[in-house]
Design a protein around this ligand. Structure first.
Ligand code: GDP
Length: 193
């Protein structure tokens, strides 16, 4: 009962992370934007399922209206199942995220990642940002502090270890994500007592 959902822009490494977390191997060769249905997996020995929602944002060769539709589907899924969602994991690419956010910040533009982060919180879904590809980042602290600032979290990032989880899915270094997710699951168990 309950689910942990994974959302993120396309190409952030969400499939790689899902593989690491679930132990499932699955087709990543599919054309981006084609898999529009949420995928559900069991998290071994736990009481909840993991839901992989389609990647949104820019995808090479996918028309704007298809991309918009994918994002709308993701948003509607989250709204509809908010009560059952125990934790929302927003996966971002640690190497690229700051540049992407800054490029898309403006008077009438909110970057996807920032928008999704606030949206999850508005829905009262405990949120963890899995900052992936940290193996490609040289100054880890600086990058994570910059991300905190963009998300409206007061730096230093170490204050936010239940929210900011630096990982490398490719290398299998995902303990910070497990710890952050576990923190939120336990907090909810306490609330249920
Ligand atoms: P998705 O579109 O979010 O599902 O992304 P994929 O899992 O298909 O990964 C996109 C690309 O990023 C692939 O080339 C992966 O090998 C690469 N990638 C995924 N995770 C990592 C990581 O932790 N570090 C590095 N350096 N590359 C990664």
């Amino acid at each position: 009962d309950g689910e942990v959902v994974f959302v993120g822009r396309s190409n952030v490494g969400k499939s790689t992370l899902m593989r690491e977390v679930t132990g499932h191997t699955f087709n990543t060769g599919q054309r981006p934007g084609v898999t529009k249905k949420p995928n559900h997996f069991d998290w071994t020995a736990e009481d909840f399922v993991i839901t992989d929602l389609p990647g949104f944002g820019f995808m090479k060769g996918v028309p704007e209206e298809v991309r918009e539709q994918i994002k709308t589907d993701v948003v509607q899924y989250l709204e509809r199942y908010a009560d059952e969602i125990l934790v929302g994991v927003l996966v971002v690419d640690g190497k690229a995220v700051i540049d992407i956010i800054d490029r898309h910040s403006g008077p009438d533009e909110v970057p996807h990642d920032v928008e999704m982060f606030h949206f999850l919180r508005e829905l009262d879904i405990p949120t963890v940002v899995a900052v992936n590809k940290m193996d490609k980042v040289d100054d880890e602290d600086e990058r994570l502090n910059d991300l905190c600032e963009r998300l409206g979290l007061y730096p230093p990032w170490q204050q936010w270890q239940e929210t900011i989880a630096p990982i490398s899915a490719k290398r299998g270094n995902i303990d910070p994500l497990y710890e952050a997710v576990r923190h939120h699951l336990h907090e909810q168990e306490r609330d249920d007592l």
